[in-house]
Design a protein around this ligand. Structure first.
Ligand SMILES: NC(=O)c1ccc[n+]([C@@H]2O[C@H](COP(=O)([O-])OP(=O)(O)OC[C@H]3O[C@@H](n4cnc5c(N)ncnc54)[C@H](OP(=O)(O)O)[C@@H]3O)[C@@H](O)[C@H]2O)c1
Length: 275
């Protein structure tokens, strides 16, 4: 179910971890109207840029005096165990914890932060850094409808939000959209390399491959009601060049099988990393 698009921000928020993802989300929230006066950022070694940014926009660095309405966890998954003890007193039964930590289950989060009242586990992807991502999210049963609206508003700063009814599906989300941008970047690399083999100068091949993927993505975005399969069929004239290429990609189900194997491998790895 997609319910994104609201501007229902919490009055107080603590962001734990202001690295790549945390900083990008913070910038998105402020741009969309989150009151900086209610925001604290906790990071062990804030960079001069982060310090300057916080001063400029009026966000406080450090811990709040009282537990926030929402605590967003954006540290590396492997630092959860060492970071959690200092966070327990910062989370109250009224605090909603939103975690974007890959592989950390709702149960693991609750075990580390038993003082918090409710948890949302989310898996954004890299384009969230420019507001063009998609996030899969799951809420534990203690999350109230109001807390879910607030979580949705915060996660929607990174792009679209897909709420899942079953936490087990998060590993599949990780395998499709979490890791997915890297598959597309790899396609851009392969397409450029193939162009070089066909005689194009490397820089030209790279620009052609990159712009092709940008343009195809922009078309998908501009025509949300048109299935990708229809867009493909529309540019595939019988007996033409695209059909010749697609015959190779589809031959013996080559590409579908390869993508299915890649996604299954990512899902299996996500499952192994969970805990
Ligand atoms: N990047 C992605 O595409 C992506 C996609 C989906 C999910 N995620 C998830 O997002 C999370 C953050 O990823 P990232 O790429 O933004 O990592 P990152 O750039 O390394 O950011 C993590 C930040 O947390 C800080 N930190 C470490 N220990 C802390 C503590 N005890 N208290 C407060 N802050 C602490 C780090 O500071 P130091 O650098 O000084 O240690 C760093 O600034 C990860 O859990 C990842 O699974 C990322």
């Amino acid at each position: 179910m997609t319910i994104s698009g609201g501007g229902d921000f919490p009055a107080s928020l603590l962001l734990v971890g202001a690295g790549r993802m945390g900083s990008a989300l913070l910038q998105g929230w402020l741009k969309l109207g989150l009151d900086p006066g209610g925001v604290h950022v906790l990071d062990p070694a804030p960079s001069p840029e982060l310090q300057a940014f916080c001063t400029t926009v009026g966000v406080k660095l450090g811990v709040p005096a009282t537990p926030p309405e929402v605590l967003v966890l954006a540290i590396k998954p492997q630092t959860l165990a060492s970071a959690a003890p200092a966070l327990v007193s910062l989370a109250a039964p009224t605090t909603l914890v939103i975690s974007i930590l890959a592989g950390k289950t709702l149960k693991t989060l609750a075990d580390h932060l038993p003082s918090a009242g409710a948890f949302v586990r989310a898996m954004p992807n890299l384009p969230a850094a420019i507001g063009a991502g998609i996030t899969g999210a799951v809420a534990d049963p203690a999350v109230t409808p109001e807390q879910k609206r607030k979580a949705d508003a915060l996660l929607a700063a990174g792009g679209r939000v897909e709420w899942l009814g079953d936490e087990d599906l998060i590993d599949a989300v990780t395998a499709v959209s979490g890791s997915g941008p890297a598959y597309v970047f790899y396609l851009a690399e392969c397409l450029a390399e193939a162009g070089i083999v066909e005689g194009l100068p490397p820089a030209v091949a790279e620009r052609l491959a990159r712009a092709t993927i940008e343009g195809a993505g922009a078309l998908l975005a501009a025509l949300p009601e048109v299935a990708a399969a229809k867009l493909r069929a529309d540019v595939t004239s019988p007996g033409g060049t695209t059909e010749a290429a697609l015959a190779e990609l589809k031959g013996g189900d080559a590409l579908p099988k390869l993508i299915a194997r890649a996604v299954a491998a990512a899902r299996k790895r996500a499952q192994q990393l969970s805990g």
